[in-house]
Design a binder for this molecule. Structure first.
Ligand SMILES: Nc1nc2c(c(=O)[nH]1)N[C@H]1C(S)=C(S)[C@@H](COP(=O)(O)O)O[C@H]1N2
Ligand SMILES: [Mo]
Length: 524
């Protein structure tokens, strides 16, 4: 591949080693790296089964960081963990590019080799992703490296001309800047092009054309009084675009329903697989289920409620015939994520489903299109597999993705509440003010919520109508706010009469507990 790079260090070292100023050399390396990456990204977008090398490196980072660090990242960044990871990769790539430019300033060959080595890391990460074309991925890397080396060579040569004592200051500088702008344009065009070509557009069109069937068992029409409609209070149903998102997928898998299959395998009498159309033709149910992430801190926003539509898991399991010893239902996604929970849960709960619809629409790509699991009462990491590809009946010895990373084997959702109004840390004016929030204990329901101002008595809040035990419940308390700083605390009691504990535990290993509390300033 070095053939693509013009050789001839002498043309660069016009005035001996170091004749190119360090700043120019670093900029050259950075731009060359960007152009090379841009071209590789473009190939990744254009060619089927050639992954983005940058995102592959991100995947490799996610897969290999220790569990505690991954937990810390989710705790600190929540749904923003991915942009931050990508920005970090971009920073590292920029730094490596600049370093390569500085090396190449002395000996071009060393710089070129450094370039190829860094590219090899990206290719290795690409090869490790699911369903990849090895040849295409290697070629994408080679092309990217070749472009990078060629751009680096031309930029350094231009910088050397600029630095020559006899060069006319204006022309030399213009030559370098023009080339630099060209390299930047290649980088941006490639990156943007690669992004646009990932198949997302086409997927959105396919998804938009899908009509959900009428559920054989619709959920009841939402009761009047189930949504209190208080400004600032989270709505009963969180809109799909506002719904929290947590997953290990740096690129949202784009799954064409025409190619998709759901396998039911493992310890069953009759393994089978379903196409999307076959799944859609089965009788469906609707259920209002609150989904929660085990990484949700007390008072956090990694929880949401939606109206889900899909095929009951029980129907699929009955058709397959679950064998003795199949104590765990292990689900797998197209990108290799796994989650497992007791098989009896799927058999007991009629709302446990393979969901195809969310709030009246086909599942959004970010939330698992074409199909995902929704199991009331279990944290997402053990149950809610998005981009579902298989359901395996197995024994309890097999672990899902998060279990070896420091999370509990079983993940029942703890009874929790959250204060949304007043805004935590905000200020309100004295007088009548609502205190309002949500509380959830899926499968058990919410029986009561109490609120305490400072060290005062626990006061019962007014509850919105309960739609279903699996669905969160809004609550509010009218408050005569007096000037000064106040601490407001809440606690819920679930349908089994169990009161939310005030014992604070961290999110790991099995979910945070403790009362939510906020501070508010009341202006006089
Ligand atoms: N394929 C896949 N499914 C997944 C995950 C994942 O990383 N990959 N994360 C799970 C976790 S930890 C949670 S909390 C829920 C979140 O679902 P949401 O993003 O639709 O809110 O998805 C679950 N399903
Ligand atoms: Mo989660």
């Amino acid at each position: 591949m070095a053939t693509a790079a013009p050789t001839g260090d002498e043309r660069i070292d016009t005035g001996g080693a170091g004749s190119v100023p360090a700043g120019r050399a670093a900029a050259s390396g950075l731009l060359a790296a960007a152009a090379g990456i841009g071209v590789a990204e473009l190939v990744g977008g254009l060619v089927d089964r050639v992954p983005s090398l940058v995102l592959s490196v991100g995947d490799a980072v996610i897969d290999s960081v220790p569990g505690w660090l991954e937990r810390a990242a989710i705790a600190a960044l929540g749904s923003n963990d991915k942009p931050v990871l990508l920005a970090s990769i971009a920073l590292v790539a920029a730094g490596l590019g600049a370093a390569t430019g500085l090396l190449a300033r002395y000996r071009f060959l060393i710089g070129a080799v450094a370039f190829v080595l860094v590219t090899a890391v990206g290719v290795a990460a690409g090869l490790a992703t699911e369903d990849v074309s090895p040849l295409g991925t290697v070629l994408a890397g080679l092309l990217g490296a070749a472009v990078g080396v060629a751009v680096l060579h031309r930029l350094l040569a231009a910088a050397a001309r600029e630095a020559r004592p006899d060069a006319s200051p204006g022309t030399g500088r213009r030559g370098f800047l023009l080339l630099a702008a060209g390299a930047a344009a290649v980088a941006v065009a490639g990156g943007v092009g690669g992004w646009l070509l990932t198949g997302r557009e086409r997927l959105d069109a396919v998804r938009a054309a899908i009509r959900l069937p009428r559920p054989a068992r619709p959920a009841p029409a939402p009761l009047a009084g189930a949504d209190l409609d208080i400004p600032g209070l989270t709505p009963l149903y969180v809109a799909n675009e506002d719904f929290y998102r947590i997953d290990t997928a740096l690129r949202v898998p784009t799954v064409d329903p025409a190619d998709w299959r759901l396998e039911i395998t493992g310890l069953v009498d009759q393994p089978f697989s379903l196409t999307y159309d076959e799944l859609m033709a089965m009788p469906q149910i609707e259920a209002d289920v609150t989904l929660a992430c085990v990484s949700n801190e007390v008072g956090g926003d990694l929880v949401g409620n939606a109206r889900w539509q899909g095929v009951p898991l029980r129907a699929l399991l009955e058709r397959a015939g679950v064998q003795r010893g199949a104590t765990q239902l292990l689900s797998r996604s197209v990108d290799g994520f796994t989650a497992g929970f007791p098989t009896v849960t799927a058999l007991d709960l009629e709302e446990a489903m393979v969901a195809v619809g969310m709030n009246g629409e086909p599942l959004p790509a970010e939330h698992g299109f074409p199909a995902r699991l929704v199991v009331p009462g279990l944290y997402g990491y053990v149950s809610a597999t998005k981009w579902l590809s298989s359901i395996e009946l197995t024994d309890w010895d097999v672990d899902g993705y998060w279990v070896p990373r420091g999370w509990a084997k079983e993940g029942p959702i703890k009874t929790q509440s959250r204060i949304d109004v007043p805004r935590p840390g905000g200020s309100v004016s004295a007088g009548r003010q609502p205190i309002a929030g949500v509380a959830w204990a899926p499968t058990r329901g919410i029986e009561g919520v109490e609120v305490r101002i400072d060290d005062g008595p626990w006061q019962p809040a007014v509850l919105a109508e309960q739609l279903d035990v699996d669905c969160w419940r809004q609550w509010y308390l009218p408050w005569d706010a007096t000037p000064g700083r106040h601490v407001i605390t809440a606690r819920a009691t679930d349908g089994a009469g169990e009161r939310q504990t005030d014992e604070r535990t961290p999110v790991a290993p099995d979910g945070a507990s403790g009362h939510p509390a906020i501070e508010v300033d009341v202006d006089g």
